[in-house]
Ligand binder design. Structure first.
Ligand code: LUZ
Ligand code: MOS
Length: 751
């Protein structure tokens, strides 16, 4: 089945937040933000702005009727700054005007007097000064300290990995209008309608039932709208509350780039110990996570870094520490992978370091240490249905990797100024929210009297195709054509208490809830059919929009049966609820079974580096991916392709630059480079691993959103290998490995 949105998207008919027809008297808002990264606000003068014709109102924290607090996990985030600002881009005021142009002009007339304070942008500096967002955390199994002496080889090193801009095509925004009796309608480009509803209620001093949030679709999110859509929705609702009119706020690209947080940069130290036969016996790692000014989702992102510390490997002695560091940058936030990539980059760096010191290929160490069935992850979960060695071996066979390795060695001998490099990137990614309580979902199904079906779930469509998958689930259960099913918007009055569509779990959680609802209706309809035919319900099946009895088609169509059920006063609507079984986690001990299952796969990436210019090309990327039993190979393959390109961009060309004052220098698409059609790999092959699927995956079709992003990390190591073929002294682990860094790396000699 094709993505149901494909036609609307290519014809421009799909409706995004900014396309919602506005109501009469709609006003427009822009946000006035801090121009310094840390300062006391001595005075704020909005009079010049207020005097501009067309300006309706300027709103500051003093206008907040409820609480000036929107922290999602930890209440440490004001909606509007009070007397101190902590990052450049922090919202201080909202300008509401008759149109956006006037609002922008008025914004320029607001004056602030700052008393500047010390600015910290580096996480290690923050940690040294005790500036932490959270108490440091440690997960451990065994004890590396006791094992260094038993190791034949011990290596230490440090890694840097930068942040990443989400660059959703649709910028952040919201549209709100007051309803009768003090209620509020909210359209928001959010992955988390309930988080938006909860925060607006708190800010306005209302109850959640007063706030209705509705989402049709997002133009991409990638985690950037899991927590950080809330700010803009709250500001819009606050404005609408005061002016008693509809208010729209859509960030310009510049405002969005400047004001929103990114993926967390990490700075890390590792120590790895191996036996004579290259088994990793011990691993100790300390992460310095650059959290930005407030917590946002940093605690949960730290969790996922800890959970992915050993990537696809079994290591008997592991200790991982994480410092979530408070810096004067915009709060860093969820981004596809959610802390996983930073943990995985560090262990892959440790392995690459060991390999180069020992003069062997990293793949030799990787292969030796791949997880096996029933191995323990160091957080206590037993590895089950492990497909990592299988995907690794399949990749070797299907892609002739040994042969490829030889060809690269020959190529590098024959070419002086062009070098090739190859890297393997095995991935193991845990599926479930690490916060166990979030693993729940609800759905609402209506079967109308004409046999057509309307489905609401808590899932947010953001281009990933979750709505298409929901339709497939309902169509399969009812045995009707997919065109008979309509996906409704995601709306907090129809499906409440929604978990963010995140953690790759949107289709799994909402699909299971939908399955429960559909099956309940199905059971009632089977009874109606069985009674009419004079058989029992076990004989009844629904296929091809028809009732089958004992395997044979009857003359009762789906539509007839539904109409009949209605006349018999049979309930044709149902809610469904699902919570993932089996999972639990003890945060104190750092032990448990946090994930429903893992997704596995292996990528091989080859690259060619121009050793005069420092430029490089991705030659080919070949992947064996564990989809389970994919319910939609077109969508799922698209997810892998998109994710791997996004991952390659992350570790190669996407470089966020902040100056010492905390100002974002890479504040436009001319200074922040993302992969384009010219930089994607020449060859990109994604082959499914032959796999059984997992019983907790929706229709055995495994979660696919995030895991394949981490294949992209292989691009770093492929380039590193090519550079080392030219200059064996090159030894840095500093992503992104931009052409600039490659050029320096090619010619820098060890002192
Ligand atoms: N969001 C979240 C996530 O709240 N918890 C998670 O474990 C997670 N994982 C990936 C992406 N978003
Ligand atoms: Mo996400 S990083 O699954 O919002």
């Amino acid at each position: 089945m094709k993505n149901i949105d494909s036609k609307g998207h290519v014809t421009g008919k799909s409706v995004y937040l900014d396309d919602i027809p506005v109501r009469q008297n709609t006003l427009h808002a822009v946000v006035f933000d801090a121009t310094v990264a840390h300062a006391k606000i001595k005075s704020l003068d909005v009079s010049g702005a207020e005097e501009l014709p067309g300006v309706v109102r300027i709103i500051t924290y003093k206008d907040i009727p409820g609480e000036n607090q929107i922290g999602g996990i930890i209440p440490d985030e004001t909606l509007l700054a009070e007397d101190e600002v902590f990052f450049q881009g922090e919202p201080i005021a909202v300008v509401v005007a008759e149109n956006e142009a006037i609002a922008r002009e008025a914004r320029r007339k607001i004056k602030v007097n700052y008393e500047e304070l010390e600015v910290i942008t580096n996480p290690r500096e923050a940690a040294a000064k005790g500036q932490l967002l959270l108490p440091p955390r440690t997960f451990a199994m065994g004890n590396p300290e006791k094992h260094w002496d038993n190791c034949r080889y011990v290596f230490e090193g440090s890694t840097e990995i930068g942040g990443q801009e989400h660059l959703y095509i649709e910028t952040q925004g919201a549209y709100c209008f007051p309803l009768e009796n003090g209620n509020m309608m909210v359209y928001s480009s959010t992955q988390s309608p309930t988080a938006v509803q909860r925060a607006i209620a708190k800010v306005l001093g209302k109850s959640m039932h007063n706030i209705q949030v509705d989402v049709t679709r997002l133009g991409g999110a990638f985690g950037g709208k899991e927590d950080q859509a809330t700010v803009w929705a709250c500001l819009t609702a606050l404005a609408s509350y005061h002016v008693h009119k509809p208010v729209k706020l859509v960030l310009s690209r510049h405002d969005d780039l400047r004001m929103t947080g990114k993926r967390h940069p990490y700075s890390s130290d590792f120590k790895i110990g191996l036996s004579e036969d290259l088994k990793i016996l011990a691993y100790d790692v300390t992460y310095y996570q650059n959290g930005g000014a407030v917590n946002d989702l940093s605690p949960a992102i730290s969790d996922r870094t800890l959970f992915h510390t050993t990537n696809s490997y079994f290591i008997p002695n592991v200790k991982a520490h994480i410092f979530s560091c408070k810096t004067n940058l915009p709060p860093n936030t969820a981004f596809r992978g959610f802390g996983g990539p930073q943990g995985m980059f560090t262990i892959e760096s440790a392995i690459a370091k060991a390999a180069s010191e020992l003069g062997i290929l990293p793949s030799v160490i990787q292969k030796k240490n791949l997880l096996k069935e029933n191995d323990l992850f160091y957080y206590g979960q037993k590895a089950k249905q492990v497909n990592i060695t299988k995907s690794w071996n399949t990749a070797y066979r299907e892609f002739n990797i040994s042969q490829k390795q030889k060809e690269i060695e020959t190529f590098n001998k024959e070419h002086k100024l062009v070098k090739k490099g190859m890297a393997l990137m095995p991935i193991t990614f845990g599926i479930s929210f690490t916060a166990t309580f979030l693993n729940q979902a609800s759905a609402l199904v209506h079967v109308y009297t004409d046999g057509s079906v309307g489905v609401s779930t808590g899932a947010i469509e953001m281009g990933q195709g979750v709505n298409t998958k929901m339709i497939q689930v309902a169509a399969k259960i009812f045995g009707i054509d997919t065109t008979r099913i309509k996906m409704e918007s995601t709306n907090t009055t129809r499906v409440s208490n929604t978990t963010p569509t995140a953690a790759s779990a949107g289709a799994d959680l909402n699909g299971q809830a939908l399955l429960v609802a559909c099956k309940a209706i199905l059971q009632r309809l089977k009874k109606v059919a069985a009674d009419q035919i004079g058989t029992n319900t076990r004989e009844i099946e629904f296929k091809d929009e028809r009732v089958f009895s004992a395997g044979k088609a009857t003359n009762i169509s789906w539509d007839d049966l539904v109409a009949k059920a209605y006349m018999q006063r049979i309930k044709l609507s149902e809610t469904g609820y699902y919570s993932t079984p089996e999972i639990y986690f003890d945060n104190e001990k750092g032990q448990g079974h946090p994930f429903a299952y893992h997704v596995y796969g292996t990528a091989v990436i080859t690259t060619k580096v121009d050793c005069l210019r420092g430029t490089y090309e991705m030659e080919d990327v070949q992947i064996i991916h564990d989809f389970g039993k994919s319910m939609n190979p077109i969508i799922d393959t698209g997810q892998v392709e998109g994710a791997v390109v996004q991952g390659i961009g992350y570790v190669t060309m996407e470089e966020l630059a902040y100056d010492k004052s905390g100002r974002l220098l890479s504040n436009s698409l001319s200074t922040y480079k993302v992969p384009d059609i010219y930089s994607i790999p020449k060859v990109l092959v994604v082959k499914p691993l032959k796999a059984a699927g997992h019983k907790l995956a929706i229709l055995k079709s495994k979660a696919v959103g995030e895991p394949p992003l981490m294949y992209g990390l292989g691009a770093y190591f492929a380039i590193r290998n090519a550079v080392r073929a030219f200059n064996p002294d090159f030894d840095a682990f500093d992503a992104p490995i931009t052409p600039e860094k490659v050029l320096m790396g090619l010619y820098r000699k060890k002192k």
